[in-house]
Write a protein of this length. Structure first.
Length: 367
C-alpha cells in the first residue's frame, strides 16, 4: 500500500478561477501565469487544462517555456523575466515566445539579433516596485528604438508590476497607476499591468492584457477579501491520513523538544506528511488541519516525514482517517491554504510552490 500523502489537483477549479479572472475584466485578455511549475501544481497539466480558455501563458524563464512546448502547448508564452543571455534569443525565436525587455543589455541584444520574424516584446517599466524595469524617464526612448526596429520587435506592450495592489491602503498603488497611465497615453501603448489583486480589485488597472497568477490556484491575494475573491475555488488539496494513534497522560510531551504537552488525557494522531514533503516546519501548535472533515490542530513540531495532530475531541478518528493539510475534504469542508500560511508566518505562494516532488500529484477534472 502506497504512502497516503498526495496533492490532489482539481482542474475544474483551475478553469473556474481562470474564468473568474477573465470575467472581472471582460474587455481584457488574461495571460495565465504558470511559472514555478504552475505554483507547484504542475505546469504542463495546468496548461493543458486551460487550453481553449487562456490565449497565452506566462513563465519566468526559457526552461519553463521549453517544458511547455515539449508538453505540446502551442499558444503564445511570455517570458516575464526575458532572456538571461543573448544566445537565448535563438531558442526564443525557435519556440515562438514573447519576451519582456527590462534592462539595457536585453534591449541591445534584441536589436542586434536578426530574427526571421519579429519577436513580440513587452517593455517593462519600474513604476515603483524597484525590482525589474526601465526607469519611467527612459521608457520613451526604449519604446521609440523598438518601434524603429520592426524587423526585430513587434506587438509592443507596456508592462509593470504593482507593489501594493493587495493592500487596504491604496495610495502607493494609485501613484504607480497614475505614472503608468500617463506613460501609456504618451506612448499610445497597450498595457499589461494587473496582477491577481489588481485583476480582482482595481478595474482601472485592467489593460489589453492582465496577468492573473496565484488567484488561478484558489488563493485569495487581497488583504481584505472581496465578493469576487471569495468565489475562488481551491485547486490543490494536500491530503494524507492518520498512520498511528497515541494515548498520552497529562503533561506528556509530543515531538522534538517537547514543545507541546498534553493539557489533559489526550489522543494524538500521527500524519504521513512533514517538511520533507514541503509542509512548513514553522507551523505552530494550533495550526489547523481537517481530520475526517472536522477541524483540529497540529500538536508538536513538524518532523521530516510526519506531523502530529490532537484527536482528543475527535473520538471517531483513527488509523486511516483522512487528513487534509489544506484544501477540500471529502465531506466538502474547506481549509484555506491562506489560513494555514498565516499560522506558519508565511504566504500561500510559499506553501504551494514548496510541495516537493516526492508528493504525487493526482489530477481530476481533465477534459
Amino acid at each position: 500500500m502506497a504512502r497516503p500523502l498526495i496533492a490532489d489537483i482539481d482542474l475544474d477549479a483551475l478553469r473556474h478561477n481562470y474564468r473568474l479572472a477573465r470575467d472581472q475584466a471582460p474587455h481584457s485578455r488574461a495571460v495565465a501565469v504558470i511559472k514555478a511549475d504552475a505554483y507547484g501544481h504542475g505546469a504542463v497539466a495546468c496548461a493543458r487544462a486551460l487550453e481553449g480558455l487562456a490565449p497565452a501563458f506566462a513563465v519566468a524563464c526559457l526552461e519553463e517555456a521549453q517544458a511547455l512546448r515539449e508538453g505540446g502547448i502551442t499558444v503564445p508564452i511570455v517570458l516575464l523575466e526575458g532572456i538571461f543571455e543573448a544566445a537565448e534569443l535563438e531558442r526564443v525565436e525557435a519556440l515562438g515566445l514573447w519576451i519582456a525587455v527590462h534592462t539595457d543589455w536585453q534591449l541591445e541584444a534584441l536589436l542586434a539579433y536578426r530574427p526571421a520574424h519579429p519577436i513580440p516584446v513587452w517593455v517593462k517599466v519600474d513604476s515603483g516596485m524597484h525590482r525589474l524595469g526601465f526607469p519611467p524617464e527612459q521608457a520613451e526612448v526604449v519604446w521609440a528604438r523598438l518601434v524603429a526596429a520592426p524587423d526585430c520587435a513587434c506587438d509592443l506592450h507596456l508592462m509593470s508590476h504593482f507593489a501594493t495592489a493587495d493592500a487596504l491602503a491604496p495610495d502607493y498603488f494609485r501613484r504607480q497607476l497614475a505614472l503608468l497611465d500617463d506613460l501609456a497615453i504618451r506612448l499610445e501603448a497597450p498595457t499589461c499591468l494587473a496582477n491577481s489583486p489588481a485583476t480582482l480589485a482595481w478595474p482601472e488597472a485592467h489593460g489589453a492584457w492582465n496577468r492573473p497568477g496565484v488567484m488561478l490556484y484558489g488563493s485569495d491575494p487581497l488583504e481584505a477579501s472581496s465578493e469576487a475573491s471569495r468565489r475562488l475555488a481551491p485547486v490543490m488539496t494536500l491530503r494524507s491520513a492518520i498512520i498511528a494513534v497515541r494515548e498520552l497522560a497529562p503533561g506528556e510531551p509530543v515531538g522534538y523538544a517537547g514543545r507541546w504537552r498534553a493539557p489533559r488525557p489526550s489522543r494524538i494522531g500521527v500524519v504521513a506528511c512533514g517538511y520533507g514533503d514541503g509542509y512548513d516546519r514553522h507551523a505552530v501548535d494550533g495550526t489547523p488541519v481537517l481530520v475526517d472533515g472536522q477541524r483540529t490542530a497540529i500538536a508538536g513540531k513538524v518532523s521530516m516525514d510526519m506531523l502530529t495532530v490532537d484527536l482528543t475531541e475527535l473520538p471517531e478518528a483513527d488509523i486511516g482517517s483522512e487528513v487534509v493539510l489544506w484544501g477540500r475534504a471529502t465531506n466538502g469542508a474547506l481549509l484555506s491554504v491562506d489560513e494555514v500560511a498565516r499560522h506558519c508566518d508565511t504566504i500561500s505562494y510559499t506553501l504551494l510552490t514548496g510541495v516537493l516532488p516526492r508528493v504525487p500529484r493526482r489530477y481530476h477534472g481533465a477534459h
